[in-house]
Design a protein around this ligand. Sequence first.
Ligand code: NDP
Length: 336
Amino acid sequence: NRQIVLAERPVGAPTSKNFRLEEAAIPTPGEGEMLLRTVYLSLDPYMRGRMSDAKSYADPVEIGDAMVGGTVSVVVKSNLKGFAEGDWVVSLGGWQDYSISNGEMVFNLGKEPAMPSWALGIMGMPGFTAYAGLLEIGEPKPGETIAVAAATGPVGATVGQIGKIKGCRVVGIAGGAEKCKHAVDNLGFDVCLDRNSSTFAQDLKDACPDGIDVYFENVGGAVFDAVLPLLNANARIPLCGLISQYNATSLPDGPDRMGMLMGTLLVKKIRMQGFIIFDSFPNLYPKFAADMQQWIAQGKVKYREQMVDGLENAPEAFMGLLEGKNFGKVVIKVGD
Ligand code: NDP
Protein backbone atom coordinates (compact mmCIF):
# COMPACT_ATOMS: atom_id res chain seq x y z
CA ASN A 1 0.00 0.00 0.00
CA ARG A 2 1.77 3.14 -1.22
CA GLN A 3 1.02 6.24 0.83
CA ILE A 4 2.07 9.85 0.55
CA VAL A 5 2.54 11.11 4.08
CA LEU A 6 3.11 14.57 5.49
CA ALA A 7 6.87 14.57 6.19
CA GLU A 8 7.04 18.07 7.65
CA ARG A 9 4.84 21.16 7.81
CA PRO A 10 5.49 23.72 5.07
CA VAL A 11 6.54 27.27 5.81
CA GLY A 12 5.18 29.31 2.89
CA ALA A 13 4.65 27.39 -0.34
CA PRO A 14 4.86 23.57 0.05
CA THR A 15 7.93 21.86 -1.40
CA SER A 16 8.68 18.22 -2.23
CA LYS A 17 10.47 17.91 1.15
CA ASN A 18 7.10 18.24 2.89
CA PHE A 19 5.90 14.93 1.39
CA ARG A 20 7.25 11.36 1.57
CA LEU A 21 6.22 8.25 -0.36
CA GLU A 22 6.01 5.21 1.95
CA GLU A 23 5.08 1.55 1.61
CA ALA A 24 2.81 -0.03 4.18
CA ALA A 25 0.97 -3.34 4.40
CA ILE A 26 -2.52 -3.45 2.88
CA PRO A 27 -4.82 -3.08 5.90
CA THR A 28 -7.46 -5.67 6.85
CA PRO A 29 -11.04 -4.47 7.38
CA GLY A 30 -12.58 -5.32 10.76
CA GLU A 31 -16.23 -5.81 11.72
CA GLY A 32 -18.31 -2.92 10.31
CA GLU A 33 -15.51 -1.84 7.98
CA MET A 34 -14.56 -2.20 4.34
CA LEU A 35 -11.32 -2.15 2.34
CA LEU A 36 -11.25 0.34 -0.55
CA ARG A 37 -8.82 0.48 -3.48
CA THR A 38 -8.27 4.02 -4.73
CA VAL A 39 -8.83 4.70 -8.43
CA TYR A 40 -9.00 8.52 -8.44
CA LEU A 41 -7.70 11.03 -5.88
CA SER A 42 -8.95 14.61 -5.85
CA LEU A 43 -6.48 17.43 -5.22
CA ASP A 44 -8.02 20.55 -3.69
CA PRO A 45 -6.73 23.86 -2.33
CA TYR A 46 -8.05 23.13 1.21
CA MET A 47 -5.31 20.50 1.60
CA ARG A 48 -2.80 23.31 2.12
CA GLY A 49 -4.73 24.17 5.30
CA ARG A 50 -4.55 20.56 6.56
CA MET A 51 -0.75 20.62 6.21
CA SER A 52 -0.62 23.44 8.74
CA ASP A 53 -1.33 23.13 12.46
CA ALA A 54 -2.89 26.62 12.64
CA LYS A 55 -6.40 26.43 14.11
CA SER A 56 -9.04 25.85 11.42
CA TYR A 57 -12.45 24.28 10.85
CA ALA A 58 -10.86 20.83 10.52
CA ASP A 59 -8.01 19.03 12.30
CA PRO A 60 -4.56 19.08 10.68
CA VAL A 61 -2.90 16.00 9.20
CA GLU A 62 -0.37 14.68 11.76
CA ILE A 63 3.28 14.40 10.71
CA GLY A 64 3.81 10.89 9.32
CA ASP A 65 0.13 10.35 8.49
CA ALA A 66 -1.18 9.93 4.94
CA MET A 67 -2.41 13.18 3.42
CA VAL A 68 -6.21 13.49 3.50
CA GLY A 69 -8.26 13.73 0.34
CA GLY A 70 -11.46 12.79 -1.41
CA THR A 71 -11.25 9.64 -3.54
CA VAL A 72 -13.24 7.50 -5.89
CA SER A 73 -12.51 3.90 -4.96
CA VAL A 74 -13.67 0.35 -5.54
CA VAL A 75 -14.76 -1.87 -2.65
CA VAL A 76 -12.33 -4.80 -2.33
CA LYS A 77 -13.86 -6.44 0.75
CA SER A 78 -16.86 -5.35 2.75
CA ASN A 79 -18.07 -6.20 6.24
CA LEU A 80 -20.63 -3.41 5.96
CA LYS A 81 -24.29 -3.46 4.97
CA GLY A 82 -24.99 -1.41 1.84
CA PHE A 83 -21.55 -1.86 0.29
CA ALA A 84 -20.54 -4.91 -1.74
CA GLU A 85 -17.35 -6.01 -3.47
CA GLY A 86 -17.02 -4.19 -6.80
CA ASP A 87 -19.08 -1.15 -5.81
CA TRP A 88 -17.59 2.23 -6.74
CA VAL A 89 -17.70 4.73 -3.88
CA VAL A 90 -16.80 8.33 -3.17
CA SER A 91 -14.97 8.46 0.12
CA LEU A 92 -12.20 10.23 2.00
CA GLY A 93 -9.56 7.62 1.20
CA GLY A 94 -6.57 9.98 1.25
CA TRP A 95 -3.32 9.94 -0.72
CA GLN A 96 -2.89 6.14 -0.79
CA ASP A 97 -3.62 2.98 -2.76
CA TYR A 98 -5.86 1.37 -0.13
CA SER A 99 -7.94 2.69 2.74
CA ILE A 100 -10.26 1.36 5.43
CA SER A 101 -13.69 2.94 5.83
CA ASN A 102 -16.56 2.50 8.29
CA GLY A 103 -19.00 3.88 5.72
CA GLU A 104 -19.22 7.37 7.22
CA MET A 105 -19.14 10.14 4.60
CA VAL A 106 -19.14 7.46 1.87
CA PHE A 107 -21.45 7.64 -1.12
CA ASN A 108 -22.14 4.51 -3.19
CA LEU A 109 -21.95 5.09 -6.96
CA GLY A 110 -22.97 1.51 -7.82
CA LYS A 111 -21.25 -1.05 -10.06
CA GLU A 112 -20.87 0.85 -13.32
CA PRO A 113 -20.92 4.62 -12.82
CA ALA A 114 -20.72 6.57 -16.09
CA MET A 115 -18.03 9.16 -15.23
CA PRO A 116 -16.77 8.13 -11.80
CA SER A 117 -14.08 10.83 -11.52
CA TRP A 118 -16.70 13.55 -11.98
CA ALA A 119 -17.91 12.73 -8.47
CA LEU A 120 -14.79 14.58 -7.27
CA GLY A 121 -15.51 17.66 -9.38
CA ILE A 122 -18.56 18.89 -11.19
CA MET A 123 -20.92 16.39 -9.50
CA GLY A 124 -19.09 16.53 -6.17
CA MET A 125 -17.65 18.93 -3.64
CA PRO A 126 -16.39 21.72 -5.94
CA GLY A 127 -19.51 21.75 -8.14
CA PHE A 128 -21.74 21.79 -5.07
CA THR A 129 -19.64 24.61 -3.59
CA ALA A 130 -20.20 26.75 -6.68
CA TYR A 131 -23.94 26.00 -6.74
CA ALA A 132 -24.67 26.58 -3.06
CA GLY A 133 -22.41 29.60 -2.64
CA LEU A 134 -23.69 31.36 -5.75
CA LEU A 135 -27.40 30.60 -5.43
CA GLU A 136 -27.86 30.65 -1.64
CA ILE A 137 -25.52 33.53 -0.76
CA GLY A 138 -24.94 35.30 -4.08
CA GLU A 139 -28.65 35.29 -4.99
CA PRO A 140 -27.99 36.35 -8.61
CA LYS A 141 -30.79 38.07 -10.51
CA PRO A 142 -31.17 38.27 -14.30
CA GLY A 143 -29.20 41.17 -15.77
CA GLU A 144 -26.81 41.46 -12.83
CA THR A 145 -23.02 41.26 -13.17
CA ILE A 146 -21.15 38.39 -11.50
CA ALA A 147 -17.36 38.38 -11.18
CA VAL A 148 -15.39 35.24 -10.30
CA ALA A 149 -11.67 34.41 -10.26
CA ALA A 150 -9.96 31.03 -10.70
CA ALA A 151 -12.49 31.02 -13.52
CA THR A 152 -11.39 27.78 -15.19
CA GLY A 153 -11.06 25.76 -11.97
CA PRO A 154 -13.88 23.45 -10.88
CA VAL A 155 -15.49 26.02 -8.58
CA GLY A 156 -15.05 29.18 -10.69
CA ALA A 157 -16.00 27.53 -14.00
CA THR A 158 -19.21 26.23 -12.44
CA VAL A 159 -20.06 29.57 -10.83
CA GLY A 160 -19.77 31.31 -14.19
CA GLN A 161 -21.84 28.75 -16.06
CA ILE A 162 -24.62 28.77 -13.45
CA GLY A 163 -24.49 32.57 -13.59
CA LYS A 164 -25.18 32.40 -17.34
CA ILE A 165 -28.06 29.96 -16.76
CA LYS A 166 -29.52 32.51 -14.33
CA GLY A 167 -29.35 35.26 -16.96
CA CYS A 168 -26.41 37.25 -15.59
CA ARG A 169 -23.47 38.92 -17.24
CA VAL A 170 -20.41 36.89 -16.16
CA VAL A 171 -16.92 38.33 -15.88
CA GLY A 172 -14.19 35.76 -15.30
CA ILE A 173 -10.66 36.30 -14.04
CA ALA A 174 -7.95 33.72 -14.71
CA GLY A 175 -4.20 33.31 -15.04
CA GLY A 176 -3.19 33.69 -18.68
CA ALA A 177 -4.62 34.04 -22.18
CA GLU A 178 -5.26 30.33 -22.78
CA LYS A 179 -7.43 29.95 -19.69
CA CYS A 180 -9.29 33.17 -20.52
CA LYS A 181 -10.00 31.97 -24.05
CA HIS A 182 -11.39 28.69 -22.69
CA ALA A 183 -13.67 30.59 -20.26
CA VAL A 184 -15.20 32.64 -23.07
CA ASP A 185 -15.18 30.16 -25.99
CA ASN A 186 -16.10 26.94 -24.17
CA LEU A 187 -17.70 27.96 -20.88
CA GLY A 188 -19.70 30.89 -22.24
CA PHE A 189 -18.39 33.66 -19.97
CA ASP A 190 -19.09 37.12 -21.41
CA VAL A 191 -15.50 38.17 -20.87
CA CYS A 192 -12.43 36.86 -19.02
CA LEU A 193 -9.46 38.91 -17.85
CA ASP A 194 -5.88 37.88 -17.21
CA ARG A 195 -5.05 38.60 -13.57
CA ASN A 196 -1.34 38.75 -14.47
CA SER A 197 -1.74 41.69 -16.85
CA SER A 198 -0.20 44.97 -15.69
CA THR A 199 -3.48 46.68 -16.61
CA PHE A 200 -5.70 44.16 -14.79
CA ALA A 201 -7.49 46.61 -12.45
CA GLN A 202 -8.34 48.94 -15.32
CA ASP A 203 -9.34 45.99 -17.55
CA LEU A 204 -11.76 44.84 -14.86
CA LYS A 205 -13.22 48.32 -14.54
CA ASP A 206 -13.71 48.53 -18.31
CA ALA A 207 -15.33 45.06 -18.34
CA CYS A 208 -17.85 46.04 -15.65
CA PRO A 209 -19.48 49.27 -16.90
CA ASP A 210 -22.49 48.62 -14.60
CA GLY A 211 -20.37 47.61 -11.58
CA ILE A 212 -20.40 44.21 -9.85
CA ASP A 213 -23.47 42.80 -8.08
CA VAL A 214 -22.11 39.41 -7.04
CA TYR A 215 -18.43 38.79 -6.42
CA PHE A 216 -17.81 35.08 -5.79
CA GLU A 217 -14.59 35.25 -3.77
CA ASN A 218 -12.18 32.40 -4.49
CA VAL A 219 -8.83 34.14 -4.25
CA GLY A 220 -8.53 37.41 -2.24
CA GLY A 221 -5.37 39.51 -2.60
CA ALA A 222 -4.83 41.74 -5.63
CA VAL A 223 -8.01 40.52 -7.35
CA PHE A 224 -10.14 41.62 -4.40
CA ASP A 225 -8.35 44.99 -4.35
CA ALA A 226 -9.46 45.52 -7.97
CA VAL A 227 -13.02 44.31 -7.29
CA LEU A 228 -13.72 46.37 -4.14
CA PRO A 229 -14.19 49.80 -5.77
CA LEU A 230 -16.48 48.29 -8.45
CA LEU A 231 -19.00 46.72 -6.06
CA ASN A 232 -22.54 48.06 -6.38
CA ALA A 233 -24.92 48.97 -3.58
CA ASN A 234 -26.45 45.80 -2.08
CA ALA A 235 -23.78 43.58 -3.66
CA ARG A 236 -23.35 40.05 -2.29
CA ILE A 237 -20.01 38.32 -1.73
CA PRO A 238 -20.05 34.55 -1.14
CA LEU A 239 -16.68 34.18 0.63
CA CYS A 240 -15.55 30.78 -0.58
CA GLY A 241 -11.75 30.78 -0.63
CA LEU A 242 -8.68 32.98 -0.42
CA ILE A 243 -6.10 30.98 -2.31
CA SER A 244 -3.74 33.94 -2.76
CA GLN A 245 -3.24 33.84 1.04
CA TYR A 246 -2.86 30.10 1.68
CA ASN A 247 0.94 30.15 1.53
CA ALA A 248 1.31 33.48 3.38
CA THR A 249 3.48 33.48 6.50
CA SER A 250 2.51 36.96 7.66
CA LEU A 251 0.03 39.72 6.89
CA PRO A 252 0.89 41.78 3.79
CA ASP A 253 2.56 45.18 4.14
CA GLY A 254 0.36 48.20 4.85
CA PRO A 255 -1.18 50.67 4.49
CA ASP A 256 -3.97 49.29 6.64
CA ARG A 257 -7.08 49.17 4.39
CA MET A 258 -9.41 47.59 6.92
CA GLY A 259 -11.23 50.89 7.46
CA MET A 260 -11.78 51.29 3.73
CA LEU A 261 -13.07 47.73 3.40
CA MET A 262 -15.49 48.08 6.31
CA GLY A 263 -16.56 51.53 5.14
CA THR A 264 -17.38 50.15 1.68
CA LEU A 265 -19.38 47.25 3.14
CA LEU A 266 -21.25 49.73 5.35
CA VAL A 267 -22.20 52.49 2.94
CA LYS A 268 -22.98 50.11 0.08
CA LYS A 269 -24.89 47.73 2.37
CA ILE A 270 -22.84 44.81 1.04
CA ARG A 271 -23.36 41.30 2.41
CA MET A 272 -20.19 39.19 2.62
CA GLN A 273 -20.69 35.69 3.99
CA GLY A 274 -18.19 32.90 4.49
CA PHE A 275 -19.25 29.27 4.11
CA ILE A 276 -17.81 25.77 4.45
CA ILE A 277 -19.70 23.67 1.99
CA PHE A 278 -20.99 20.56 3.77
CA ASP A 279 -21.27 22.36 7.15
CA SER A 280 -23.15 25.32 5.77
CA PHE A 281 -25.48 23.46 3.41
CA PRO A 282 -26.10 20.01 4.94
CA ASN A 283 -29.36 19.34 3.05
CA LEU A 284 -28.91 20.94 -0.36
CA TYR A 285 -26.84 18.27 -2.12
CA PRO A 286 -29.77 16.29 -3.66
CA LYS A 287 -31.22 19.45 -5.23
CA PHE A 288 -27.79 20.36 -6.57
CA ALA A 289 -27.24 16.89 -8.03
CA ALA A 290 -30.62 16.92 -9.81
CA ASP A 291 -30.10 20.41 -11.27
CA MET A 292 -26.51 19.75 -12.29
CA GLN A 293 -27.29 16.42 -13.98
CA GLN A 294 -29.93 18.19 -16.03
CA TRP A 295 -27.66 21.11 -16.97
CA ILE A 296 -24.89 18.75 -18.07
CA ALA A 297 -27.34 16.66 -20.12
CA GLN A 298 -28.63 19.83 -21.78
CA GLY A 299 -25.07 20.95 -22.58
CA LYS A 300 -25.45 24.05 -20.41
CA VAL A 301 -22.57 23.13 -18.13
CA LYS A 302 -19.20 21.91 -19.42
CA TYR A 303 -16.46 20.38 -17.34
CA ARG A 304 -12.71 20.17 -17.78
CA GLU A 305 -10.46 17.76 -15.89
CA GLN A 306 -6.69 17.66 -15.66
CA MET A 307 -5.93 13.98 -15.13
CA VAL A 308 -2.45 13.24 -13.76
CA ASP A 309 -1.17 9.66 -13.86
CA GLY A 310 0.36 8.09 -10.74
CA LEU A 311 0.10 8.65 -6.99
CA GLU A 312 3.80 9.55 -6.92
CA ASN A 313 3.03 12.67 -8.97
CA ALA A 314 0.46 14.03 -6.49
CA PRO A 315 2.84 16.34 -4.56
CA GLU A 316 4.04 18.12 -7.70
CA ALA A 317 0.50 18.43 -9.06
CA PHE A 318 -0.65 19.84 -5.72
CA MET A 319 2.15 22.42 -5.59
CA GLY A 320 1.22 23.42 -9.15
CA LEU A 321 -2.46 23.79 -8.21
CA LEU A 322 -1.62 26.39 -5.57
CA GLU A 323 0.31 28.37 -8.20
CA GLY A 324 -2.32 28.13 -10.93
CA LYS A 325 -0.36 25.67 -13.08
CA ASN A 326 -3.47 23.49 -13.29
CA PHE A 327 -6.00 23.93 -16.06
CA GLY A 328 -9.25 22.40 -14.84
CA LYS A 329 -10.04 20.06 -11.98
CA VAL A 330 -6.91 18.17 -10.85
CA VAL A 331 -7.49 14.44 -10.42
CA ILE A 332 -4.76 11.86 -9.80
CA LYS A 333 -5.25 8.49 -11.46
CA VAL A 334 -3.99 6.21 -8.69
CA GLY A 335 -5.01 2.78 -10.01
CA ASP A 336 -7.16 1.04 -12.62
P1 NDP B 1 -8.77 25.71 -8.73
O1 NDP B 1 -8.65 24.45 -9.49
O2 NDP B 1 -9.48 26.83 -9.36
O3 NDP B 1 -7.29 26.09 -8.36
C1 NDP B 1 -6.93 27.22 -7.75
C2 NDP B 1 -6.72 28.37 -8.74
O4 NDP B 1 -6.52 29.56 -8.00
C3 NDP B 1 -5.47 28.28 -9.59
O5 NDP B 1 -5.63 27.44 -10.70
C4 NDP B 1 -5.26 29.73 -9.99
O6 NDP B 1 -6.07 30.00 -11.14
C5 NDP B 1 -5.87 30.50 -8.82
N1 NDP B 1 -4.84 31.20 -8.05
C6 NDP B 1 -3.74 30.68 -7.47
N2 NDP B 1 -3.02 31.63 -6.86
C7 NDP B 1 -3.70 32.79 -7.05
C8 NDP B 1 -3.46 34.14 -6.68
N3 NDP B 1 -2.41 34.50 -5.97
N4 NDP B 1 -4.36 35.08 -7.05
C9 NDP B 1 -5.44 34.75 -7.78
N5 NDP B 1 -5.72 33.47 -8.18
C10 NDP B 1 -4.86 32.51 -7.81
O7 NDP B 1 -9.44 25.44 -7.28
P2 NDP B 1 -10.93 25.08 -6.84
O8 NDP B 1 -11.89 25.44 -7.91
O9 NDP B 1 -10.94 23.72 -6.30
O10 NDP B 1 -11.14 26.08 -5.60
C11 NDP B 1 -11.34 27.46 -5.79
C12 NDP B 1 -11.44 28.15 -4.43
O11 NDP B 1 -12.58 27.65 -3.71
C13 NDP B 1 -10.24 27.92 -3.51
O12 NDP B 1 -9.96 29.11 -2.82
C14 NDP B 1 -10.75 26.88 -2.54
O13 NDP B 1 -10.06 26.92 -1.31
C15 NDP B 1 -12.19 27.29 -2.41
N6 NDP B 1 -13.11 26.24 -1.95
C16 NDP B 1 -13.87 26.51 -0.84
C17 NDP B 1 -14.79 25.62 -0.37
C18 NDP B 1 -15.64 25.98 0.79
O14 NDP B 1 -16.37 25.12 1.31
N7 NDP B 1 -15.60 27.20 1.26
C19 NDP B 1 -14.95 24.30 -1.01
C20 NDP B 1 -14.15 24.13 -2.23
C21 NDP B 1 -13.24 25.07 -2.64
P3 NDP B 1 -5.61 31.05 -12.27
O15 NDP B 1 -4.21 30.71 -12.61
O16 NDP B 1 -6.56 30.83 -13.38
O17 NDP B 1 -5.74 32.43 -11.67
